[in-house]
Design a binder for this molecule. Structure first.
Ligand code: NAP
Ligand code: 8YV
Length: 323
């Protein structure tokens, strides 16, 4: 349904096809190849909304004088300068809940792959080694008796915890604040959590508050049986320290879906034999990405038709439409 040709929505960089289709059907879509503010032309002075999957920085926000709303494709919005948006009375929305189960499934897959070496075993079969050399070596690690610690027991963290319980693992967690009514043990710091468990799963948001939080001290505390899984953000990990911990046996294995400088993956992590590495596919099914696209566009529709955002981020929850 066309809401209005007069409402211009800018899409910087690439975006999900379903989202693009709906934005084009509903608004006047303008596009630029990246989020670089220098690409904004005078014809874009009318832009009232951004729909983005790429970072939206202060310069892009400042380049659009009529901007009212930034609809982020993804629940994590560490790429959006929310402080600048909030200061200018611009709404920011994200896509919570609709991806929770998919990302939790991915975390579980990474954990099983890292512990039971399934990708390496498949490689062994495909290389003809089963025929020539016999069975793949027994894995030194097992899920039996593992104790999991979740860094970021929010929506996705809780969905991961349910899956871990079903596997018979114990669950503990670290957040800035204990979760009321949670059945899981709370630790007031990441190091204390890492000392208490042998399996650390990061699903915390990126940004300044979590920058390189998983560092050499945390990895040492996790110990030689330790397995680290990351489906949160790569920025939350000191990747040099992680590579060193894997190389030296300070921890046993890692399963990573996210990296600090995507799509660049540090060579040392690529070279480590005890890692399962995925190209940020946590939410990447057609089913879930379509649901994310719908929520992103529904936020724009609701904002322009009814003056309210469906899923505002906490930093801009107070923002009201301009009259
Ligand atoms: P959420 O419900 O907001 O949960 C985030 C949790 O992290 C909360 O429990 C929060 O508790 C904790 N947290 C936030 N800042 C923290 C800090 N500085 N130190 C310690 N704990 C902190 O978010 P969600 O929906 O579960 O999503 C979590 C993150 O997963 C996203 O932000 C995104 O980065 C990532 N993600 C990745 C993929 C992927 O494809 N790999 C897909 C979706 C999401 P407190 O506020 O009490 O600290
Ligand atoms: C997406 C994500 O892959 O929601 C998030 O925070 O990291 C993923 O679901 C990403 O947002 C799309 O770039």
């Amino acid at each position: 349904m066309k809401l209005s040709d007069d409402i211009h929505v800018l899409v910087p960089g690439s975006l999900n096809e379903h989202a693009l289709q709906r934005i084009g059907d509903t608004f006047t879509l303008q596009a630029i190849p990246t989020g670089d503010a220098k690409l904004v032309t005078p014809e874009m002075a009318n832009v009232r909304g951004i729909a983005s999957m790429v970072p939206v920085g202060a310069a892009l926000i400042d380049a659009l004088p009529r901007l009212e709303i930034i609809a982020n494709f993804g629940v994590g919005y560490d790429g959006v300068d929310t402080a600048r948006a909030a200061a200018k009375g611009i709404m920011v929305t994200n896509t919570p809940d609709v991806l929770t189960e998919e990302v939790a499934d991915t975390a579980l897959g990474l954990l099983i792959n890292a512990v039971r070496e399934l990708p390496q075993a498949e490689k062994w079969l495909r290389a003809g080694r089963w025929l020539k050399e016999g069975a793949y070596p027994l894995t030194g690690a097992t899920l039996r008796g593992r104790r999991a610690g979740i860094f970021g027991l929010g929506r996705i963290g809780k969905a991961i915890a349910q899956r871990l319980e079903a596997l018979g693992m114990t669950v503990a967690y670290y957040n800035r604040n204990p979760v009321e009514g949670s059945p899981y043990a709370y630790y007031p710091s990441l190091v204390e959590l890492a000392m208490a468990v042998d399996t650390l799963i990061c699903v915390a948001p990126g940004g300044k508050g979590t920058e390189k939080a998983v560092n050499a001290e945390v990895l040492k505390a996790l110990g030689p049986a330790g397995v680290f899984v990351n489906v949160g953000r790569g920025s939350s990990v000191d990747e040099d320290a992680l590579a060193a911990a894997l190389e030296s046996g300070t921890i046993r294995a890692a399963g990573l879906d996210v990296f600090a400088d995507e799509p660049n993956v540090p060579q040392r992590l690529l070279d480590a034999p005890n890692t399962c590495l995925l190209p940020h596919v946590g939410s990447a099914s057609v089913y879930t990405r379509d649901a994310m696209a719908d929520l992103q566009v529904d936020n724009l529709v609701s904002w322009f038709a009814e003056g309210k955002a469906l899923t505002p981020v906490s930093e801009t929850r107070h923002v009201r439409p301009r009259s």
